[in-house]
Design a binder for this molecule. Structure first.
Ligand code: C5P
Length: 466
């Protein structure tokens, strides 16, 4: 067999190869091998190979095709879209078994769902026939993924409380499979404190959400966040969750925790101490880790960003809540602390709004727990790789080195956040990866690209730690 030397290729191709290899977390040689393998197996030429992202989605679609989905349809107007979802999944070769809640039967019938799945549809917990031949425990286990679409406010409330008084909730309680929720409800119901609590609990329990989206509601004149994700968006989330470990998913089977955004430390019920962090970098890291196949929990302070899809998001306000949520998400293989946690909180926040006019109130501050240092210093359940961030306005590398030692983490991603850099709140970032073995300075790039490069590094490090 003739051998091919990468060094002899022309500069432009070498550059493209290097970029592609870095993006996919492979060596250049491995990248060339992957391209040639793909070209040989599919009769493709180098030029006609689809871009990496498309190839990845083709691979995951192929994987999803051999899997069984248990689809639970809740009672909401969006239930009609779930019939289309079944059709889309069947088109891709997936097996779909369907459970309808009592409320769902008001919107779609077992007959229509059964006609599209080509299988019997299940509705009753105490149906002697189905308990005899399938039973709720088998329904809960004989699938690769449970999808709830539409996930109504009521169904999610029951799930978060561990109820099991009908077939859908009993199956959801009994399953040992991953659960994907596609919520759909009126925007006020979605924003209600009870729903927020339930969603946070479900995310902390490991459920993954897709949507809801913003837009018009079925009720005339109602608009906001609450529309169920479109069937193809749900299919994409399903494909992401079902993809088996593959070259393009180097973090498959790994658990990653990411913190993101600022924290808000209350002064009184209406005022708080905060900072300018947008959460863009942390959210991008969570999204990149999920795209690389990791099971990701994103613990986020208040941000104006949408939840990355395929990620369990736990929303918190204060540093103390963030620490609790991170500890609850352990064990993990890697943890990335990108949040701009407030260093201090008000010692005794007032229960009532402080009134103007009297003496100017003093603010007595108390130091917040250092989440990164606490997790890095754990004797048990310490993630194999603990990564911190250092936002500095001077002596960036020296300060990062001090932080690496002081906090006991494995890597520090250091960046210069002087106002002139536009990094805080901006879309680009210039970072240096500081570890015990040295400093690696990356060229200026988008926060998404920083996230992808960091995730490729994490995957490589965890691969070696195996
Ligand atoms: O000490 P400093 O705030 O500069 O350290 C930054 C790093 O430590 C970041 O990774 C940040 O997420 C983390 N941190 C933390 N808890 C704190 C303060 C910072 O996790 N209370």
């Amino acid at each position: 067999m003739a051998s091919l030397t990468v060094r002899q290729l022309d500069e432009k191709i070498k550059k493209q190869l290097r970029l592609r290899a870095a993006r996919n977390g492979r060596s250049v040689e491995d990248e060339v091998r992957t391209i040639l393998r793909g070209a040989a197996s599919e009769g493709n030429t180098f030029d006609s190979l689809p871009p990496t992202e498309e190839r990845r989605s083709l691979d995951s679609a192929r994987e999803a095709a051999t899997r069984r989905i248990l689809l639970i349809i809740g009672g909401g107007i969006a239930a009609y879209k779930s019939l289309d979802l079944i059709r889309r999944l069947k088109e891709r070769g997936a097996g779909v078994r369907c459970i309808l809640t009592k409320a769902a039967e008001e919107f779609v019938t077992p007959l229509s769902a059964g006609a599209i799945t080509g299988e019997r549809v299940f509705t009753d917990l105490f149906d002697p026939q189905s308990e005899f031949d399938v039973g709720h425990i088998r329904l809960a286990r004989e699938c690769d993924l449970v999808v709830v679409a539409p996930a109504t406010a009521d169904l999610m409330a029951k799930m978060s409380g561990g109820h099991a008084n009908d077939l859908a909730t009993a199956v959801l309680l009994a399953t040992d499979k991953k659960i994907l929720l596609a919520p759909a409800m009126n925007p006020r119901m979605w924003g209600n404190a009870a729903t927020r609590r339930n969603v946070a609990q479900l995310a902390a329990d490991g459920a993954v959400l897709v949507g809801p989206n913003e837009g018009e509601m079925a009720e005339r004149g109602e608009q906001g966040v609450g529309r169920m994700a479109e069937p193809l968006e749900i299919v994409a989330a399903i494909e992401g969750l079902l993809a088996r470990p593959a070259a393009g998913r180097p973090l498959a089977g790994k658990r990653v925790i990411v913190t993101s955004g600022p924290t808000h430390e209350p002064i009184d019920p209406v005022r708080y101490i905060a900072n300018r962090s947008s959460g863009k970098q942390g959210h991008a890291i969570a999204a990149a880790a999920a795209a690389a196949g990791a099971d990701v929990t994103l613990v986020s302070g208040p941000v104006a960003l949408p939840d990355p899809s395929g990620v369990a998001v736990v929303k918190v306000e204060t540093a103390q809540e963030m620490l609790k949520a991170v500890e609850a998400a352990l064990p993990a293989d890697a943890a990335v602390f990108a949040a701009a946690v407030a260093d201090w909180r008000v010692g005794e926040p007032k229960a009532q709004k402080i009134k103007k006019g009297g003496k100017t109130p003093p603010l007595t501050l108390t130091e917040n727990p250092d989440i990164l240092a606490t997790i890095a210093g754990r004797k048990t359940k310490r993630p194999k790789l603990v990564v911190g961030f250092a936002a500095e306005t001077e002596r960036v590398i020296e300060n990062a080195r001090d932080k690496l030692r002081g906090k006991g983490c494995d890597w520090i991603v250091a960046n210069d956040v002087s106002p002139s850099t536009g990094i805080l709140g901006g879309d680009r970032n210039t970072v240096h990866l500081v570890s015990a073995s040295g400093v690696d300075s990356w060229p200026p790039q988008s926060k998404d690209q920083v996230a992808k490069t960091l995730v490729a590094r994490i995957a490589a490090a965890l691969g070696q730690a195996r």
